[in-house]
Design a protein around this ligand. Structure first.
Ligand SMILES: NC(=O)CC[C@H](N)C(=O)O
Length: 206
């Protein structure tokens, strides 16, 4: 089989959170994209990338540890598996969480996040984001009890910032991508397509 005809298997972590929306978004990204339901360690075999959805990072972290998946995902991430975390997924990817040094996490990305930084669920909002990386039109950022990224370390590239505050809301560190917002809740496939470009760059699919 040639690389071009090969199906791209993107795992979607389905322990908790808005994984269905990610599946739908991935399907929109191309007929060659196959979302794979990741519910246990065995589902992590033979995937080309992994999406960690939004939801509740403490619950997801606890379940990942309980199902013995935390170390495996961490290892895969360190070995170069492309991983995309949205909101709670971004929190799980972060090295540090403000005020919660013991929260269970993957800790793969050189960023510090502040959970629920905009306030409770009722303070959730949408905003337009202008990014030089996605310049054809603004991104519609949906922020639901979102974290902020308060510190960005070496090797991390800021792809989009919110408003005049210049808060990073989309960051990449090599094979790892994290957004504090939910592109899967919009019609805009550009962020997922960017992740799929990372998948192509980091796997044998190119
Ligand atoms: N929309 C979300 O994923 C919210 C994340 C949630 N506030 C958490 O801490 O895990």
């Amino acid at each position: 089989m040639t690389a071009a005809s090969r199906v791209v298997r993107i795992g979607v972590l389905e322990l908790q959170g808005d994984f269905l929306e990610h599946r739908a978004m991935l399907k929109q990204c191309g007929n060659d994209i196959q979302p794979i339901s990741v519910k246990g360690k065995q589902d992590l075999d033979n995937i080309d990338g992994l999406v960690i959805p939004g939801g509740e990072s403490t619950t997801m972290g606890r379940l990942l540890a309980e199902f013995d998946m935390l170390e495996t995902i961490r290892e895969l991430g360190l070995q170069g598996l492309p991983i995309f975390g949205t909101c709670a997924g971004c929190i799980l990817l972060a090295k540090d969480i403000v005020g919660r040094p013991t929260q269970t996490k993957l800790g793969l990305m050189n960023i510090t996040v502040d959970r629920n930084a905009y306030g409770p669920q009722t303070e959730s909002f949408e905003t337009q984001v202008y990014s030089p990386r996605f310049k054809e039109k603004p991104l519609r950022a949906v922020l639901i009890r979102a974290p902020t990224i308060v510190q960005v370390g070496s090797g991390v590239q800021i792809l989009a910032c919110k408003g005049s505050e210049k808060e990073p809301i989309l960051v990449q560190q090599g094979n790892l991508l994290a957004s504090t917002f939910h592109p899967e809740l919009t019609e805009d496939t550009r962020i997922h397509l960017h992740f799929l470009d990372i998948v192509k760059a980091y796997t044998s699919l190119q």
